[in-house]
Design a protein around this ligand. Structure first.
Ligand code: NAD
Length: 294
């Protein structure tokens, strides 16, 4: 779709990281932005920053895992700005699960699913009927990950399962929008191609009491800095993609109506080929056995 000044973008998980970068980029294109996040202090700060730069902003404290909260977000967006053209279902968390799958806490799964999967579904339900009724143009961007969206990192398997679900949900959404003849596009975003320096490694800061851990962790949460240091010490190269590059990719992808917002990467292509080939050959997923599981 054509992005034009005066249009409206809603971004969940917009208080920091990739979501804030997307909101900033939309604002730079002259769009009005609705920032939605569960982290109040960071949300206010982000909204103030954007407003100080001249953007028209509305900030909404939203828990995407709660259907009513997302419906209230849509109501607020339409009341304030009268339309929504771009919806980014971007809020996401790492699950904090440890060990083998059979050792995980059910609450790790419930929390990650409530945000990463139900959060996207709630966004679709709350916004898409109104976006279709408006006759478009519109576009929905759902944030997945190479982890799960392409193939699972078995060390982060809960997260991977949720992000695989986001791909399948968005493929189905795409087909449904086409079947409806809607002037609303859909894309699935794979932020990257490298790691991103965001708050994802500290997702537990937003973990609600209802999905609290039931037993103490065996190992403390590892920060991104600690992970980076350990990787470098082990002789691995660690590269980061700036969040602004992801936002650029999203804006380009919306303009081009590109479903797969998947940045060029030999690593991703190798994974896609290995997985597809294993399915075509009916061979076992050997490409997963190379992962070192701790
Ligand atoms: N950082 C990476 O390397 C990476 C890679 C691939 C995909 N992603 C995905 O990108 C998206 C953005 O993550 P990020 O890396 O910017 O991390 P981040 O932690 O900086 O941003 C996520 C935002 O979501 C918010 N959030 C968490 N739970 C919420 C809830 N219940 N309701 C509303 N908001 C909530 C957080 O407060 C935060 O502002 C996520 O979906 C993540 O899974 C990140």
């Amino acid at each position: 779709m054509r992005l034009e000044p005066g249009q409206v973008a809603v971004v969940t998980g917009a208080a920091g990281g990739i979501g804030l970068a997307m909101a900033r980029r939309f604002a730079a294109e002259g769009l009005k932005v609705v920032l939605a996040d569960v982290e109040e202090g960071a949300l206010r700060k982000a909204a103030d920053e954007l407003a100080a730069d001249g953007a028209q902003v509305r900030a909404e404290l939203v828990d995407v895992s709660d259907r009513d909260s997302v419906v209230a977000l849509a109501d607020a967006a339409y009341e304030t700005f009268g339309a929504v053209h771009v919806l980014c279902n971007n809020a996401g968390v790492g699950s904090g699960a440890e060990g083998r799958m059979w050792e995980h806490e059910p609450n790790d799964w419930k929390w990650a699913f409530s945000v990463n999967v139900w959060g996207v579904f709630h966004g679709i339900q709350a916004f898409v009927p109104r976006m279709i009724a408006a006759g478009g143009p519109g576009h929905i961007v759902n944030t997945s990950s190479g982890d799960g969206g392409i193939a699972p990192l078995p060390t982060a398997s809960v997260y991977a399962v949720t992000k695989a679900a986001v791909v399948t949900m968005t493929e189905s959404l795409y087909a449904h929008l086409k079947a409806e003849g809607a002037a609303v596009g859909a894309s699935v975003l794979f932020p990257g191609p490298h790691m991103l320096r965001t708050g994802l490694w500290e997702s537990h800061r937003n973990r609600p009491e209802r999905y609290a851990k039931e037993r103490p962790r065996k190992a403390p949460y590892r920060t991104l800095d600690q992970y980076e240091a350990a990787m470098r010490q082990a002789g691995h190269e660690v590269r980061f993609t700036p969040v602004e590059e992801v936002a650029e990719h999203v804006v380009d992808g919306i303009r081009a109506d590109r479903f797969w917002m998947l940045p060029a990467s030999e690593h991703s292509d190798r994974q896609i080929r290995a997985r597809s080939q294993s399915m075509l050959d009916r061979s076992n997923p050997g490409y997963l056995e190379s992962f070192i599981l701790d």
